[in-house]
Ligand binder design. Structure first.
Ligand code: FES
Ligand code: FES
Length: 189
C-alpha cells in the first residue's frame, strides 16, 4: 500500500493525515470519524457522500484523496447540533423532508452549497441543484419545499444578524447528533 501525507482543513480544523494513495476523500472522512457522509453507491451515482470542498459540492466517494490535499472540506458535522439545528436542518425536519434519512446529509450539504451561492433560488434552481442527489423515499417534493423554506429562514436570520443578532451559521464546529447529520442516525452507516 502506498502512503502519502495530505493536509486537509476539515470543518475549520487543520488535519495532517497519512492516507493510502488509493483512498477516496469519503474513505478518509469516515475513517477519521466524519461518518455523516454516507456511503451509498460508492461510484458517484447517488450523492449520499456529498460534502463541500472549497465551496463546491463534491461526491467524496469519487474524489481521490490526493486531489483533496490542501482543500477546505465541510461536512454535515459542521452544521447545527441536535439542540440547535442549522436552519437547513430545521427546515428539513419541519417540512417532513426525510424518511429513512440516509440521503439527507448529502442533500443538506448540496443545499448548503446552493444557498451559499444563491441565497434566494427558484424552485427550478433548487431542483437542478439537487438533481445529482437521489432519494429513494420522499419523492423530492418535500425536500425542495424544505430548501425553499431554508432560504427564507436564512434570509430572516441574516436580517436579524444585520440588526445585531447571531448569524445563521452559528455552530460551525459543534456537530449534529440528530438523524440528519449524526454518524449513527439517518440509516446504517
Ligand atoms: S456514495 Fe458517493 S455518489 Fe453514491
Ligand atoms: S429519505 Fe432519502 S433515501 Fe430515504
Amino acid at each position: 500500500m502506498i502512503h502519502l501525507q495530505v493536509e486537509l482543513h476539515i470543518n475549520g480544523q487543520e488535519k495532517r493525515l497519512e492516507v493510502s494513495k488509493s483512498d477516496s476523500l469519503l474513505d478518509v472522512l469516515r475513517e477519521k470519524g466524519y461518518t455523516g457522509a454516507k456511503r451509498g453507491c460508492d461510484t458517484g451515482a447517488c450523492g449520499f457522500c456529498t460534502v463541500i470542498v472549497d465551496g463546491e459540492p463534491e461526491k467524496s466517494c469519487v474524489t481521490p484523496i490526493a486531489k483533496a490535499d490542501s482543500t477546505e472540506v465541510r461536512t454535515i458535522e459542521s452544521l447545527g447540533s441536535q439542540d440547535d439545528l442549522h436552519p437547513i436542518q430545521a427546515a428539513f425536519v419541519d417540512n417532513f423532508a426525510l424518511q429513512c434519512g440516509f440521503c439527507i446529509p448529502g442533500m443538506i450539504m448540496r443545499s448548503k452549497a446552493l444557498l451559499d451561492e444563491n441565497p434566494d433560488p427558484t424552485e427550478r434552481q433548487v431542483r437542478e441543484a439537487l438533481s445529482d442527489n437521489l432519494c429513494r423515499c420522499t419523492g423530492y417534493k418535500k425536500i425542495v419545499e424544505a430548501v425553499l423554506d431554508a432560504s427564507d429562514r436564512m434570509s430572516d436570520d441574516e436580517t436579524v444578524a444585520a440588526d445585531g443578532g447571531l448569524p445563521a451559521d452559528v455552530a460551525f464546529e459543534s456537530g449534529c447528533s440528530c438523524s440528519c447529520s449524526d454518524s449513527s442516525g439517518g440509516g446504517d452507516e
